[in-house]
Design a protein around this ligand. Structure first.
Ligand code: GLN
Length: 515
């Protein structure tokens, strides 16, 4: 394979090529880092590259493939599915002896003393960890413009945002700098950037993936999940990171679904759409939705119907309160989680310039950016005596109503909810920076799944004004394999659609021509 082919290959294709001996992890790694070196000054997806360790991991993977090839088919089949597959990590995943910034100045200079559980699992699975990607500070934001370090552009249009908060992880996979990446989704931060960059991005059921070693934003909402260019690849990565972890009491003992490693493909995948029952919630077609986005989503729904799915409109009446309640619950939890950044335990410190209080004020005043300060103030206010019952307790009650809306859909026998992911395509830099509420509104369709702890996936479903549109599937708890099976079915149905073969328009421009 040429360097251009290698960087575009899916994890599945790479695994097959490694097994056949037609590609090596070392040559893939060289192609990816060469692309990063040429393009990232423009793209801005990466905060830290792990070149030497990645090279050692690639060599080790190639050695294992060569040994297994010599031994025979059984040995090859026994190799872990992610062996030699590069993965990018959002820069809030702790990796031992590696900087973790969470996109914030307050963690500048901090080097992790341990591995997050997902990092341990990825290493054990033989994955190559390429480096850390840019993000909104502490995962607060929808455009990655709140990174304290740099701007990440959308490879589809350099004057537009990649979405957020996992914008670096999305841009890296969309620009073929990595076949897979890890993001976190507290209110939409995997699904929304996946939608804006034309990727598959999944937020698993709350508790499916360990949060141990992940910098916390809002602990009752945060989930780690995969970005990929295909449903099959997303399933491989999800499988590798999922499962009970003794270090995270909220991680579930729910057994892993082996189907994740065996999603149907081609005609079998397409045939699996027949007879499925999908609920189309009318509240998700929110005011302000762009007509081109609505059109692409409705066409995707028609394609599912044409393949034999039954689609019925439903009402989820508590949806309209999801945004308001999220912006009580998430900042409240964030204000508590971020109390630990006091200049004593981690990273940047303003202590030593006065008394203890002066040290706290200096550390936090300089270390936190505008959006994080806004959230801490909102959360501290919502939790303060006299307001706690009026805001926080009330929001928790509404959260139950949101969950009950979904439960009625599952009780009625639907397989999944189909909806838009983002009401808009990628917007221009700066368009929402002056008005925090307009930024918050971009998550209107993704927040409810976090409030209810449900799995959701965004999959590409076409282009509007030349920019990617995402279709969101939300399912009952622990139905990730079923959602990704449906996603694989939709991919098969639309495999020959013209929009599928369009590459991000500004890819060539990022490097001045070479791709
Ligand atoms: N955009 C939402 C927020 O700013 C969601 C972020 C996320 O999922 N991490 O809170």
């Amino acid at each position: 394979m040429t360097a251009a082919e290698l960087r575009r290959a899916s994890a599945q294709q790479l695994r097959d090529a490694y097994k056949a001996g037609s590609a090596t992890a070392v040559e893939l790694l060289a192609a990816l880092y060469a692309a990063i070196d040429r393009e990232d000054a423009q793209l801005g997806a990466w905060l830290y590259l792990r070149r030497e360790e990645a090279q050692a991991e690639a060599l080790a993977a190639d050695t294992r493939y060569a040994a297994a090839r010599a031994e025979g088919p059984a040995a090859l089949a026994a190799l872990p599915p992610l062996l030699g597959i590069p993965v990018a990590l959002k820069d809030l995943v702790n990796l031992i002896n590696t900087p973790t910034t969470a996109g914030s100045r307050i963690l500048e200079g901090y080097v992790s003393p341990y591995d997050a559980t997902i990092a341990t699992r990825l290493k054990a699975a033989g994955a190559i960890l390429l480096g850390k990607t840019n993000m909104d500070e502490f995962a607060m934001g929808s455009s990655t413009e709140f990174s304290a370090y740099k701007k990440t552009v959308n490879p589809w249009a350099r004057d537009r945002v990649p979405g957020g908060s996992s914008g670096g992880s999305a841009a890296a996979v969309a620009a073929f700098h990595a076949p897979l990446s890890i993001g976190t989704d507290t209110g939409g931060s995997i699904r929304q950037p996946a939608s804006l960059t034309g990727l598959v991005g999944m937020k698993p059921t709350y508790g499916r993936v360990s949060r141990y070693g992940i910098v916390a934003f809002a602990s009752s909402l945060d989930q780690v999940g995969p970005f990929a260019r295909t449903a099959h690849d997303a399933a491989l990565l999800l499988h590798a990171i999922s499962g009970r972890d003794a270090h995270d009491a909220t991680s579930s003992t729910e057994p892993l679904d082996a189907q994740l490693l065996n999603l149907p493909a081609g005609d079998a995948a397409a045939a699996g759409i027949k007879g499925r029952r999908f609920a189309l919630p009318k509240e998700y077609f929110v005011a302000g939705m762009e007509p081109g986005v609505e059109q692409a989503v409705r066409e995707a729904v028609r394609a599912l119907e044409a393949a034999g799915a039954l689609v019925e409109e439903v009402s989820l009446p508590a949806t309209e309160h999801a945004l308001a309640t999220y912006y009580i619950v998430a900042p409240a939890e964030a204000s508590a989680n971020l109390a630990r950044f006091d200049g004593i335990r981690y990273g940047a410190s303003g202590h030593g310039e006065g008394n203890l209080l002066d040290g706290y004020l200096a550390t936090r005043g300089r270390g936190f950016g505008p959006e994080v300060r806004r959230r801490i103030m909102l959360g501290t206010y919502a939790l303060s005596a006299g307001y706690y019952d009026a805001y926080y307790v009330k929001a928790q009650k509404v959260r139950t109503l949101i969950a009950q809306d979904f439960e009625r859909v599952w009780a009625a026998g639907f397989d999944a909810i189909v909806a838009p992911t983002s009401p808009q395509v990628a917007w221009r830099f700066g368009a929402k920076m002056a008005d925090p509420i307009s930024m918050y509104l971009s998550d209107a369709c993704t927040l409810p799944a976090n409030m209810a702890g449900l799995p959701g996936v965004s999959i590409p479903c076409g282009l509007s004004e030349g920019l990617p549109v995402g279709l969101q599937l939300i399912g009952r708890p622990w139905s990730e394999a079923s959602l990704l099976t449906i996603a694989a079915g939709y991919e098969a149905l639309t495999a020959t659609a013209a929009w599928r073969s369009v590459e991000p328009h500004d890819l060539a421009a990022l490097s001045g021509g070479a791709t």
